[in-house]
Design a protein around this ligand. Structure first.
Ligand code: SAM
Length: 417
């Protein structure tokens, strides 16, 4: 579920060990691993050694997380340097954000990523989480112009049964996943009782956090689901430009309905994940700068940002994709402005840029990944855009999905808003 950078044990004294991590020495409680000795490698969190790893594994983990970027300071403009300095002490203005989104100096883009990576390391340590997503229904009442499973789309529809969702979640939990996103179209045939049953039954069987990504379902439903045990909600505002929002959501309510959802969801005690798409047709640089400022204002626990990808059978099928370059810039600027926020590398990024985007995203301020756990027979039907990326990564699963109550506790501490 989550991975921390390995530390090497320098010396052991009773239940404590001095360890060396990233060149710094610190004391760690090793009561869970009583046979540790100097020279061993461990993963640790909240001051506790959780897992011993071999030197070979330690090297592989360090490689997963190590940046090879060098910044050439002499090629940075004074303006860029001033903006970076300003980001340390105050909120960036729309104009400054726009500059970072547009600069065509590759060294400045490199320096922006590098600064975001440094901030991630300083604030979140090497704490990279792997979460799972289960897409349990592609039935949708909405007609969002960008989405491949919109109501007008002629795709084969499916809905997993309550027991299928629960057993898929239980299997994921057995493999070590601790945070699962349950996602669907706006499927009102899944009534509140069924959704409650899913949440309750998963919580009864497995020690996992459940995040819901089920759209604008209204206060009462979300209240019931929170009571049943759901911890978080992923609901993007998609764009902060209300005119563009209206144009893209012919049947939806307006943008205010998204914001009012985000506001009452917070009141209900949900951990909030929200964000927007990058490169939507009609979206300007100024819109994106506003999206970033809106996000900052909403102050969510997680920022979910992905490029727009044109989908067949939608009114936007002939439009251009958003770019990974712009999405990485947006992620990095968000990291500059929201030092502690969780930022997953989204599937849309991997779909355009491949598995390599995972590391690129982490090196630009991201700190989480979302692996798809939808049963294979349903995956190809949940095509919100074509050729959706499904590859999980053995190394990440092997190192990050470690078991045990400490692993759950570690995430619990980090998920506190
Ligand atoms: N129905 C829920 C909702 O609307 O929040 C969850 C499912 S919806 C398919 C999840 C997200 O997929 C949306 O918030 C949207 O940002 C993203 N999405 C949909 N179509 C997309 C596309 N063509 N390109 C990139 N992202 C897309």
């Amino acid at each position: 579920m989550c991975l921390t950078i390995p530390a090497r044990v320098v010396s052991v004294s009773g239940k404590l060990a001095d360890v060396l991590e990233n060149g710094e020495e610190r004391a760690i409680d090793i009561s869970l691993l009583p046979r540790l000795k100097a020279g061993d490698w461990i993963l640790h969190t909240v001051g506790l050694a959780i897992k011993k790893v071999s030197p070979k594994d330690a090297r592989e983990i360090i490689e997963l997380l190590e940046s090879s970027r060098k910044v050439n300071n002499s090629s940075l403009s004074d303006k860029f340097k001033r903006i970076l300095q300003a980001s340390k002490v105050r909120e960036l203005s729309r104009e400054e954000i726009s500059y970072l989104l547009q600069t065509d100096n590759p060294e400045e883009v490199n320096a922006l990523h590098s600064e975001a990576n440094t901030i991630r390391k300083a604030y979140l340590k090497e704490f990279i989480c792997v979460h799972g997503i289960i897409e349990f229904s592609n039935i949708c009442a909405k007609d969002c112009y960008y989405c491949g499973i919109r109501s007008e789309s002629n795709v084969k529809r499916y809905r997993m049964s309550v027991s299928e969702v629960v057993s898929t979640a239980a299997k994921a939990a057995e493999r070590g996943y601790k945070l699962l996103v349950l996602q669907s179209g706006e499927d009102s045939l899944f009534n509140d009782e069924e959704l409650e049953e899913i949440v309750r039954e998963i919580k009864r069987r497995s020690r996992v956090f459940i995040f819901l990504s089920i759209g604008e379902r209204g206060y009462e439903s979300y209240k019931r689901l929170r009571k049943a045990g759901a911890s978080g909600v992923l609901l993007r505002f998609e764009t902060s430009n209300s005119q563009l929002f209206k144009e893209l959501h012919p049947e939806g309510k307006d943008l205010d309905n998204r914001f009012s959802h985000l506001s009452f969801l917070k009141e209900l005690g949900y951990f909030i994940a929200t964000g927007f798409m990058v490169g939507l047709p009609g979206q300007t640089i100024e819109d994106m700068a506003n999206d970033i400022l809106t996000l900052k204002n909403l102050n969510p626990g997680m920022a979910s940002i992905g490029p727009f990808i044109p989908s067949p059978e939608t009114p936007l099928s002939d439009k251009a994709s958003g770019s990974t370059d712009m999405t990485l810039r947006v992620m990095a600027i968000i990291r500059l402005m929201m030092k502690n926020v969780r930022i997953p590398v989204t599937t849309a990024m991997e779909t355009i840029g491949g598995a390599g985007m995972r590391k690129e995203g982490l090196m630009a301020g991201g700190n989480a990944m979302m692996f798809n756990l939808t049963p294979p027979r349903y995956r190809r039907l949940y095509q919100i855009y074509p050729d959706k990326f499904y590859q999980r990564d053995r190394r990440w699963e092997r190192y990050a999905l470690f078991q045990g109550k400490e692993s759950y506790r570690m995430l619990e501490e980090r998920l506190r808003p």
